[in-house]
Structure formats: C-alpha cells, structure tokens
Design a protein around this ligand. Structure first.
Ligand SMILES: [Fe+2]
Ligand SMILES: [Fe+2]
Length: 170
C-alpha cells in the first residue's frame, strides 16, 4: 500500500494533469474560434494526452491499494493575446509540471518507495519531450510564424511529429 504522503502527492498530480488537459482544451478552443485550425488541432491532441497522464496516475494509485481522487479543476484562462503568448504559457506550464514531477521523485527516494519511483520514470522522460516540443514551436514562431502565421498554422502538426521523433501521419 502507498504511504499517505505518496498517495497525497500523487493525488496532487492527478489534479495537475487534469488541469493541464483543461488548460490545453481552453487554449484549443480559443485557437479554433480565432481561425488557427492547425494550432487548435495541436492543442486538442495535447489535451487528450494530458488526460491520459491523469489516468495513468489514477490507475497507479488505485492499483497500489490507495485511493485516487478526481478533484474539481480551476477554470483556465479563456483569452490569449497572441499565438506566441499562448505557447509561452504552454512552456511555462510544462516547466511547472516538470518541477512537480521532480518533487514526487524526490519524495519517493526519501520514503524509499522504489515502485512509485519506477512508475515515475515514464513521466520524467515525457517532461523532457513536452518542454522540448514547446521550445521548438516557440523557435519556429520567432523564425517565421509571427510574419506568416498562415504557414505556421498549416505546418504546426508536422512540428509536433518532428519533436517526438516520429513521422507525421497527416
Ligand atoms: Fe502531463
Ligand atoms: Fe504536458
């Protein structure tokens, strides 16, 4: 069974992954109504992935004979100044999530909970990719996007594929 403090910090992460999913959903909706269908597609996919992250924690906590709690989520922002501002927020948020995952890793070592420590390794690697993919997008925006948002919006899904090292499917 999970120690109480490990259970609590995993439940904190369930809230953070679920909030991430809602945040990217709100961003996707903003992009969609503002005519950025590519950016919206990228963010809808990202939102789905964050929900899967939340599920991974829920299932792990329950599997270890502890109790996952699905909380209320605070309402994300609904307005963003520009596409660049939006992606700066994505990067900032991913850096926050990385720090959050690292705190759990540190606690598992303190508590000698090597099972949870192993479970977390997938998230440690995932956060490297998440931050990198947000930075690649911001780099592209600096290179071309702000002068040609049409092209940026059209190509953003292929950037996502590049960031993850897998070929684009569309
Ligand atoms: Fe996540
Ligand atoms: Fe993420």
């Amino acid at each position: 069974m999970l120690k109480k403090n490990i259970e609590d910090i995993c439940n904190r992460q369930i809230e953070r992954e679920g909030y991430s999913s809602n945040l990217y959903l709100a961003m996707a909706s903003w992009a969609e109504v503002n005519g950025f269908s590519g950016v919206a597609g990228w963010l809808y996919t990202q939102s789905d992935e964050e929900r899967i992250h939340m599920l991974k924690f829920i299932k792990y906590v329950n599997e270890r004979d502890a109790k996952a709690v699905v909380p209320a989520f605070k309402k994300p922002e609904t307005e963003f100044k520009t596409v660049e501002d939006l992606f700066k927020e994505v990067l900032k948020h991913e850096e926050f999530v990385t720090a959050s995952i690292n705190e759990i890793v540190a606690l598992t070592l303190e508590e000698k909970d090597y099972n949870t420590h192993t479970f977390l390794q997938w998230f440690v690697n995932e956060q490297v990719e998440e931050e990198s993919s947000a930075r690649i997008i911001l780099d592209k925006l600096h290179l071309v996007g702000n002068n040609n948002l049409y092209q940026f919006d059209r190509d953003i899904m292929s950037l996502r594929a590049t960031a993850q090292g897998t070929p684009a499917t569309t």
